[in-house]
Design a protein around this ligand. Structure first.
Ligand SMILES: [Zn+2]
Ligand SMILES: [Zn+2]
Length: 346
């Protein structure tokens, strides 16, 4: 086994610096020195929901960039020294219909998650990238296009691809009218990507103070979700509404602003929802969801971001401040993504 250093959960809001073991490289593995890892809402949920009695340790972190430091004997696509990015999936069955379609994120036997997953070959518990080294199967590492800042690119690997797939699959492009509900980690990237795809893009937020930010990110307007008059005036307007609000909320006002035959895509809150069928019927509206991305679209998203100068707006903190980052994320006190700099683990 290889030994590295990382941040392991010791309570719902506490992490402790500790040594961790990584597997020895298999023939198709890369060893990656983790330089930057984003802090995602999933990390908060995993810490909160962690079974205190479970034997498996929890090391969060599933959107990272770094440098290849070692490669297995059969690796051909990467060399030592290459910059790479890794997201929240590190393996899949590779043979089911979803994997064959390039949608490894929907693998019928469930993709192996970057942390809290079970390795398909040795059955070990996967430990995340709040650590200095990660060992990953080569298929699930992506070359980081030059021109992308490694810190600001890290959040593209979870937040970025999660909003990219629905924007693409719903055909957003020049002339599309897109609304993004909630301006956080997912939302701010949805705005940048939608604008770069050519869509007229509106932010829907209850926080009027975010208007300047929304416009700076490229949005054309900000709708106040607490202003029923404004919302009513926008009825049947948007071809796609990307809903990134992470807490449970009433979908009716957001369905109302979807245009005829348009789609409300739920990306932030993935628990049970209640929908009035009439809110879908009037205007033949659709409700959908998505999450993460397959290898093909992840590669495509990274290149699109490099070509269009898109990355996350990040606040970089030394990894020793991981608890501060999590605490502030819990209070939505970040514009718009924390990224941990792992160099303090050396
Ligand atoms: Zn995530
Ligand atoms: Zn599969």
């Amino acid at each position: 086994m290889r030994t590295t250093i990382g941040w392991r959960a010791s309570g719902p809001t506490a992490l402790r610096r500790t040594s961790l073991e990584r597997r020895d490289l298999r023939s198709d593995d890369l060893a990656v020195r983790v330089d930057y890892c984003g802090v995602c809402h999933t990390d908060l949920h995993s810490l909160r929901d962690r079974d205190q009695h479970a034997k498996a340790p929890l090391v969060p972190g599933h959107e990272f960039t770094g440098v290849v430091t070692g490669a297995g004997a059969e690796v051909t696509a990467f060399s030592v020294g290459d910059r790479v990015a890794v997201g929240n999936i590190v393996d899949s069955c590779g043979t089911c219909a979803m994997c064959r379609a390039g949608q490894e994120n929907f693998c019928h036997s469930f993709p192996t998650l970057t942390y809290g997953g079970t390795d398909r070959r040795d059955g070990s518990n996967t430990l995340g990238a709040f650590s200095r080294e990660y060992v990953v199967r080569d298929r699930f590492a992506y070359p980081l296009p030059s021109g992308l800042d490694p810190a600001a690119a890290a959040p593209l690997m979870c937040a970025g691809v999660t909003v990219w797939e629905p924007l693409r699959s719903l055909g957003v492009g020049s002339g599309s009218r897109v609304a993004v509900a909630g301006l956080g980690g997912l939302g701010h990237l949805a705005v940048k990507l939608a604008v770069a795809l050519g869509a007229t893009t509106t932010v829907i937020s209850r926080t009027q103070e975010k208007r300047d930010d929304a416009l700076r990110l490229g949005a054309h307007d900000l709708l106040d979700s607490t202003d029923t008059r404004q919302m009513a005036a926008t009825r049947d307007t948007f071809d796609v509404v990307i809903d990134t609000i992470s807490a449970s909320h009433d979908l009716a006002p957001y369905l109302k602003v979807v245009a005829m035959d348009g789609t409300l895509s739920l990306l932030g809150y993935l628990g049970p929802v209640t929908v009035e069928a009439m809110d879908l019927l009037v205007g033949r509206k659709k409700l959908s969801s998505a999450g993460s991305g397959g290898r093909r679209s992840t590669t495509e998203m990274l290149q699109f971001c490099a070509d269009n100068g898109i990355a996350a707006d990040v606040e970089v903190l030394p990894s020793a401040q991981v608890e501060t980052a999590l605490d502030r994320l819990r209070r939505n006190d970040v514009r718009y993504r924390f990224v941990l700099d792992m160099s303090d683990l050396d």
